[in-house]
Ligand binder design. Structure first.
Ligand SMILES: NC(=O)c1ccc[n+]([C@@H]2O[C@H](COP(=O)([O-])OP(=O)(O)OC[C@H]3O[C@@H](n4cnc5c(N)ncnc54)[C@H](O)[C@@H]3O)[C@@H](O)[C@H]2O)c1
Length: 375
């Protein structure tokens, strides 16, 4: 354990920072919430009130100029990620930047080159690599005889401005990263189709022969599981649902069913934390149904028996956000490479998303050249 904690500066005090990174750092034995930055005074003030004592500034340059800040976390509009990551590296700060690293492969490459030139650590927020449910699966695949066959569904009820994002770049990039992590192989070709608006199917082929089918939708029901992962290999199979339950079939040493705890959140009911581990998916789906009903009533202007604030601020399964940030903070304190996804992996996910968009236009299988992200 390092002798001191890592002073973390947070740029952007929006939804993700409030529900994950800042409160995870607040609870972490390796992090100190040192400085918060947001151009929105209300967001800055309300976030700072939850994590005293903390410095605040509306200007990210002030945060970057502070010699006491050891690590900068960036989570804002994806269009600003690359610019802010470059500014942080130029200021001599290691960076944990949310996905996507850039809006294009070229933006990601610029950040990767600067990180290499400065020798500073840079992590991309592909937190699923640290999800307890996925960490149980990963070692089962190492040393396998044949390639994987994978199905991954990532489907959500998108609201507001999220409906307007390019889902393949902003959300499905998580899946493109985790597929490469599971296979430990490089994606070599992509074929994608476009349904209504942001709905897609994407087939990704890997150098080792692995084939993955991804189904992505922003028009799913909030009541349904959001993420379903199914992997078949060597006459074995796993099915992971929303990071809460995993079913293992014909996998020596693993139980038929394993359930995972949730995470607790400040100022929010946390009955779900242990209930996820004891009751699993049924409890989770009942909770999702209550939240979905509440949103329906809110959207329709109907009264609801409880305000939305009485629901857990984040009732999702543990997707590894806290462990991912802790690993980066430890790596900074110990001056070693972090186990997180780095710039190359950020570019790779963008390259797969871009190839999927090209495939939709061309109707063809689009080839990928891994030398693009292996700098
Ligand atoms: N890894 C994950 O699981 C996950 C989940 C959700 C979102 N994200 C990523 O996190 C990012 C943020 O998402 P969000 O939902 O929290 O967004 P958000 O809109 O709620 O928050 C963004 C914040 O950045 C602030 N901001 C904008 N310009 C700024 C500037 N120049 N300086 C300082 N602050 C500025 C805004 O005022 C806002 O408070 C997105 O890029 C998204 O892709 C990741």
């Amino acid at each position: 354990m390092p002798e001191r904690t890592c002073n973390v500066g947070f740029i952007g005090c929006g939804a993700l920072m409030n529900t994950q990174h800042i409160q995870n750092a607040h609870k972490s034995p390796v992090c100190t919430v040192h400085t918060l930055c947001d151009i929105n005074p209300a967001a800055l003030e309300s976030t700072a009130a939850k994590f005293p004592p903390v410095k605040t500034t509306p200007d990210y340059r002030t945060l970057l100029a502070d010699p006491d800040v050891d690590l900068v976390v960036i989570a804002m509009n994806p269009a600003m990620h690359a610019e802010l990551a470059l500014a942080a590296l130029d200021a001599g700060k290691p960076v944990y930047v949310e996905k996507p690293l850039g809006e294009s492969v070229d933006e990601g490459l610029a950040v990767a080159r600067r990180a290499a030139e400065t020798g500073l650590q840079l992590a991309v927020g592909f937190n699923r690599r640290f999800a307890p449910a996925y960490l149980d699966v990963k070692p089962l695949l190492d040393g396998r005889e044949g390639p994987l066959l994978v199905y991954y569904r990532i489907a959500d009820h998108e609201r507001g401005s999220r409906r307007d994002t390019v889902r393949l770049h902003v959300e499905v990039c998580h899946v493109f990263d985790i597929l490469a992590w599971f296979t430990a192989s490089e994606p070599v070709s992509v074929y994608a189709t476009q349904g209504l608006h942001n709905d897609n199917t994407v087939t990704v082929s890997f150098a080792d022969g692995t084939a993955a089918q991804v189904l992505s939708s922003g028009r799913s029901s909030l009541e349904a599981p959001k993420e379903h992962l199914e992997i078949v290999w060597d006459h074995k199979q796993v099915i992971v649902t929303d990071f809460i339950e995993t079913r293992f079939f014909h996998v020596p040493g693993m139980p038929p069913l394993k359930r995972y705890r949730g995470r607790s959140y400040l100022g929010s009911p946390d009955d779900h934390v242990e209930a996820f581990a004891s009751k699993g998916l049924d409890y989770f789906l009942a909770l999702k149904k209550r939240v979905s009903d509440a949103w329906d009533d809110k959207d329709a202007g109907r009264p609801f028996d409880k305000p939305l604030t009485e629901y857990p601020a984040n009732y999702l399964g543990d997707k590894g956000w806290g462990f991912a940030l802790d690993e980066m903070a430890r790596a900074v304190l110990e001056r070693r490479p972090a186990a997180n996804a780095g710039a190359a992996e950020g570019i790779r996910a963008s390259a797969v998303a871009s190839a999927a968009l090209r495939s939709i236009q061309s109707g063809n299988v689009e080839r990928l050249d891994p030398s693009l992200w292996r700098l």
